[in-house]
Design a protein around this ligand. Sequence first.
Ligand code: RTP
Length: 151
Amino acid sequence: MSNTERTFIAVKPDGVQRALFPEVLRRFSQKGFKLVGIKLTFAKEELLREHYSDLQSKPFFPSLLSYMMSGPVLATVWEGKDVVKQGRALLGATNPLQSAPGTIRGDFALDMGRNIIHGSDSVESAEKEIALWFKKDELVSYKSEMYGWIY
Ligand code: RTP
């Protein structure tokens, strides 16, 4: 794993409406990750169908789509060592009933259908999701002095 690994993290509409996005940005930044892309956007149905293509046959798929289109999403890309796995750990389990206190879902969510945040589950999904949500020129490369302290 290189220190330039990237992941896609999206604060879902409930997380934006509940003003939890500063907390998400704080947790990822303070863990040591570098923000390389960010935008507030209304997700289009076509994009969400692609993003959640593996869930299309699930009974909750239509409600998942309406939830994700119910308000703006804060789409972000983070960079750093093992960021995909570390990001999933910061999020906590998908079902808030199983997400440990101290994780984002464990601290702020009660319901699987309102679980605040999405994070890529593998390096491959991260690459696919980043390309789906961001244009290349919306991602920023820059040197962060904090890396000298963290690694
Ligand atoms: P995410 O993609 O949002 O990070 O979640 P995940 O990988 O941890 O979970 P996944 O199985 O991919 O599910 C995607 C999102 O669908 C909603 N969901 N609802 N039984 C249900 O009602 C149900 N199961 C999943 C959740 O919002 C979940 O995050």
